[in-house]
Write a protein that binds this ligand. Structure first.
Ligand SMILES: Nc1ncnc2c1ncn2[C@@H]1O[C@H](COP(=O)(O)OP(=O)(O)OP(=O)(O)O)[C@@H](O)[C@H]1O
Length: 266
């Protein structure tokens, strides 16, 4: 008998209704993700990437179809799915430590003692190298640092899967590269399963085990899935001339700019 998939998206359609108008955004999405896999979702603006991630997060209910995480139906948000958005969602009146502690207390309030929870908050801040800024408020740290705290907060809930919605999209190129390396390191250390939305072809190839390419909407579906057979750990400088890297990069570019060229809606 075949093993059950870790995450399974089955026959997902999504139609939004506004008054008499209806728009079908996603049509017939089927995807399975293995435990420990790093999956990227790529596609042109407005094709439905965030909608798909929100359905997996339990923030949006699919019109038809089902999402199963370890065989359990996803029908609401839960701590087994840690979500990080492009723009950090830290509470501005709390410190870095308190932002993470809020999530930890909510999830582990009963299971861990107060000292254990404090140690766990700090361990997760250290994981993203933010322990030194524990007493700062979000307004006192950079955009990249805020994203790192957001990642620490998501990881501190010990989610089964990390859902990243363009987590590096608002960052400058150097900060972005630094954070990509950190996320790769964390994933190698913890074996986290990740589903990440990105617009960035190099980011998708560098980080992913597989790249899921969505066709243009309306009624977007999965046009192609590309396996990225690059050994880990991955080094961005060495990969810049690696023939497998270049071949994967070209395959994604071809999909996006030849077969599914972006057409701006009228
Ligand atoms: N709550 C909603 N109500 C109505 N339409 C929506 C809603 N959420 C998303 N849409 C529409 O669904 C389509 C897909 O949006 P979505 O944000 O999922 O795309 P995306 O691929 O993530 O875009 P981008 O790359 O620009 O972030 C868009 O046309 C958007 O206007």
């Amino acid at each position: 008998m075949q093993a059950k998939p870790f995450l399974s998206i089955e026959g997902v359609d999504m139609t939004f209704k506004r008054g008499a108008a209806t728009t079908q955004v996603l049509k017939g999405i089927d995807l399975t993700v293995d435990k420990g896999e790093y999956i990227s979702i790529i596609g042109h603006s407005g094709c439905g990437k965030s909608t798909l991630l929100n359905i997996v997060a339990g923030l949006t209910k699919a019109t038809t179809g089902v999402v199963l995480l370890e065989d359990k139906v996803v029908d609401q948000p839960g701590p087994d799915r840690g979500v990080v958005f492009q723009n950090h969602s830290l509470l501005p009146w709390l410190t870095v430590y308190e932002n993470v502690a809020l999530a930890v207390d909510k999830v582990f309030g009963k299971a861990k003692s107060a000292p254990e929870r404090r140690e766990w908050v700090m361990r997760n801040l250290e994981l993203v190298h933010m322990g030194h800024a524990r007493d700062k408020r979000p307004s006192e740290i950079s955009g990249g640092m805020k994203q790192r705290v957001g990642i620490a907060r998501a990881l501190a809930m010990e989610p089964k899967i990390l859902l990243l919605d363009e987590p590096f999209g608002a960052l400058d190129a150097l900060t972005r590269a630094h954070l990509q390396d950190q996320v790769m390191q964390i994933q190698a250390d913890l074996g986290t399963t990740v589903m990440m939305i990105t617009h960035d072809v190099d980011e998708a190839v560098l980080l992913s085990d597989r790249i899921v390419m969505l066709t243009n909407g309306p009624s977007a579906n999965i046009g192609e899935i590309l396996a990225v057979p690059l050994a880990r750990p991955r080094d961005r400088i060495k990969l810049a001339t690696d023939p497998i890297y270049l071949k994967c990069r070209q395959a994604v570019l071809r999909f996006l700019y030849e077969r599914n060229r972006f057409v701006e809606a009228a």
